[in-house]
Design a protein around this ligand. Sequence first.
Ligand code: FES
Length: 574
Amino acid sequence: MAERRKLRSEAWFGGTSKDAFMHRSWMKNQGMPADAFDGRPVIGICNTWSELTPCNAHLRELADRVKRGILEAGGLPLEFPVMSLGESNMRPTAMLYRNLASMDVEESIRANPLDGVVLMVGCDKTTPALVMGAASCDIPTIVLSGGPMLNGNYRGESIGSGTVVWRYHEEVKAGRMSVDDFIGAEAGMSRSAGSCMTMGTASTMASMVEALGIALPHNAAIPAVDSRRQALAQMTGRRIVDMVHEDLTLSKILTPEAFQNAIRVNGAIGGSTNAVLHLIAIARRIGTPLTLEDWDRFGRNVPTIVDLQPSGRFLMEEFYYAGGLPTVMRALGEHDLLNRDVMTVSGKTAWQNVVDAPNYNTEVIRDFDNALADQGGIAVLRGNLAPLGAVLKPSAATPELMVHRGRAVVFETIEDYKRRIVDPDLDIDASSVMVLKNCGPKGYPGMAEVGNMGLPPKLLAQGVSDMVRISDARMSGTAYGTVVLHVAPEAAAGGPLALVEEGDMIELDVPNRRLHLEVTDAELERRRGKWQPRPSAQSGYESLYVNSVLQADEGADFAFLGGCRGAGIPRNSH
Ligand code: FES
């Protein structure tokens, strides 16, 4: 008979030493029987529950279902909190704290007697933060998302989180909607527990972890309040115990092929540009090479087949009823766009997970020959304005603007933009290119979601609905437009974006992946000689962030957090 593998937790709870006594005794104050420490797998439930993170406010109850599954499978569940990142409340931006939360997760896992961990996530940054932290430890790990909210509904119209805010706000600015109606839509948009129900960043990242194979099938789309989400939680609890016995660690799943699958899935679902940053950061932690170019290469020729807002019409509820992500992955597999044999947390390969997935609604999950957009991938642009790259989401852009040349209207900061955009005398027309500086990782700091800056009210009133916009910022996954994002190096790091001046001509050529500032090198050098970095924080977390954060092309992680340090077993101080 095969010898039982020694568990990591036995270094704390095994034997009769003074240390083991202390570790067990204090745990027994929670009413645990002696056999709780008989060598069964100890499973951490890493929870981002918080009432300040409304999208994750139901995760305590969902964790109880995970515990049920862990107990059924013979494990010992231990729930613990980590920093939660609520996108809707945190200022200046939750992204400023993604790396901090990931450090909390990494060190909480490593310092404690855990054999496996369930990551309970939901709101945008909670997913990458927890996966990044766990990837640096590399113990058996499974992700459980909280699930999307039910469809928003206001006055009979199905409305999507975030996406409708941009639309209604612009309608108010254009005088087509009253302020009372605008405020009335608040409760209608968010009418159940869960995360944003558009294909925004939360749904994208829930899809990414499913596509990577680190969450069970259907993790992405089951609504938060659907009883099947609770069943999924229970199955997740059962499965993590098995994964500990199988020693199925993250690094065995997060292979280059798994990331390629995720990139293609992102194209097929019309996912958020934020996934670019997060997947590069996760890959960097686990030690799998992944570049910006991989996003363009593997996402090319992947059509967007999921007709969800903000690119399309429907919402996550309809996506689940149509078959959810397994249906999408099956379609990709049938078109030779899926690495079929990669292992997943279910204990099966990606293809085994999805091979029988039916499509119940071809309006929501379309056939390849009736795609929403032929090119669903992320376009990675380069040129003298973005030597280290920039991204654009073609499926959210206006086709007529994909090749465009226009005069730059420059905003030095987001405050400058807010002050001047409402000025009726602002020298701008529909062909102008709006340029926003100092909103990148160091500049904001935290790389705010302001890249889809609203259009000038005077042009909105004329019926203009989209313009080319360029910045070093991010864009909310629920937003849309012909928006060039993540320009690297950013303005605050002295990138060429910092040197753009009012009236410069800029050429955007998405088919040729080109972003060009029509200014001579000599003139750029002259401007560089006059450029001064802006003052930044000298103390506190913000100074650590500004001094350590990498540029967008490297995932905006901290330089010192790269690589997998493993869980090890820290020495004891008792
Ligand atoms: Fe939390 Fe959108 S604000 S998921």
